[in-house]
Ligand binder design. Structure first.
Ligand SMILES: Nc1ncnc2c1ncn2[C@@H]1O[C@H](COP(=O)(O)OP(=O)(O)O)[C@@H](O)[C@H]1O
Ligand SMILES: N[C@@H](CCOP(=O)(O)O)C(=O)O
Length: 326
């Protein structure tokens, strides 16, 4: 920490970015969903940007002490440096600011933890600088930073956390991602077991090549799923939500994964799978009673230590938002 001189009129911008489910089983690296717990709690990180003469980064929050020590090792500092370079490339004045990260999401959880910090940081920086960059430019920066931390660029956490809802990546420069319609009556139960799984390592577990039949399944499932969202065919959509890419290779890292699926199915889950690279699992339920029963089972049986938690969520339609500063 450094003692930044502040004026009484120092501008402060605070942004919150929600947790997200990467892949959503059927769309490896291409599909993601932003989460809002139904109890109204915020599940995600927030970042504050404040006028200051010298850059510094402070951190607090439940999982702040699990972050790498030293602000240079925090992804938020890297976001700041990247943003400054982008301002310079665009012939815009640099920002003179200090930053604060509230780290509420566990690291290596499968809830898009690094993405949440990245999205909140870039969004707050862009707002603070009076929006020099548009949505696609910001998303591209977010994807780049997520790639630096997880070993390869993927947008399925940063895009939903930023835009909200259920989001499909295009692979294009513009639009980088598009929002899909979804079923408002779906409950998304998530359960973080409390252990940490490195996304980079979980990516290294995957084969470099897939069989023709898996490739055909992947294409069929994703396209039929998108059709069923527009056709409002809930049953068909749910049927498509199985994972032919990552699950069989990654579930070895997740104690009691198969039992959790069985319990979710016994409670009428429409779908069940790994959230991102895990260890968080997710289940989709139509009825709140079923969602609560799945949550109760996961809390009792899937959670491994005191860090674990579970929430019944709906999709966060808003994505990132500016918070009033304290
Ligand atoms: N603000 C941050 N939030 C999360 N992880 C961070 C942050 N800054 C640095 N890191 C590091 O980035 C890596 C993120 O790991 P990863 O497995 O991708 O987590 P997640 O899947 O939760 O995003 C970890 O090594 C973590 O220590
Ligand atoms: N598509 C990525 C998603 C990683 O999500 P995270 O929340 O575990 O960072 C992957 O499956 O590798």
């Amino acid at each position: 920490m450094s003692d930044n001189k502040e004026t009484t009129s120092a501008k402060v911008t605070r942004a919150f970015a929600p947790a997200s489910i990467g892949n959503v089983s059927l769309g490896f690296d291409l599909l993601g969903a932003a989460l809002q717990p139904i109890d109204g709690k915020r599940l995600g990180d927030w970042v504050e940007v404040k006028d200051a003469e010298t850059f510094s980064l402070t951190v607090d929050g439940t999982f702040a002490d699990r972050l790498p020590t030293g602000s240079d090792n925090n992804i938020v500092t890297k976001c700041f440096e990247f943003f400054q370079a982008a301002l310079a490339d665009a012939n815009k004045a640099p920002l003179n600011v200090a930053m604060h990260l509230h780290k509420a999401l566990p690291i290596g959880s499968g809830l898009g933890s690094s993405a949440s910090s990245i999205v909140a940081a870039f969004y707050a920086l862009n707002e603070h600088a009076n929006k020099p960059f548009d949505e696609d430019q910001l998303l591209t920066m977010m994807g780049e930073l997520e790639g630096q931390i997880s070993g390869s660029i993927h947008y399925d956490n940063v895009a939903p956390s930023y835009l909200g809802g259920l989001v499909l990546m295009t692979g294009e420069e513009s639009p980088v991602a598009v929002k899909l319609p979804c079923f408002d009556n779906w409950y998304w139960v998530v359960c973080y077991s409390g252990i940490s799984v490195s996304t980079a390592e979980a990516r290294r577990l995957l084969p470099q090549e897939y069989s023709l039949s898996s490739t055909l399944d992947f294409g069929r499932q994703l396209s039929v799923f998108v059709h069923s969202l527009y056709a409002k065919d809930e049953a068909l959509a749910a049927k498509m939500m199985t994972d032919v890419i990552a699950e069989e290779h990654r579930k070895v890292l997740l104690p009691r994964f198969d039992d959790a699926r069985e319990a979710a199915n016994a409670n009428n889950a429409l779908a069940f799978g790994i959230s991102g690279s895990g260890p968080t699992v997710f289940a989709v339920a139509r009825e709140l009673d079923d969602a609560n029963a799945i949550k109760a089972w996961l809390e009792k049986e899937y959670i491994q230590n005191e860090d674990g938690f579970s929430h019944v969520c709906q999709l966060s339609t808003q994505g990132t938002q500016v918070l009033p500063s304290a």
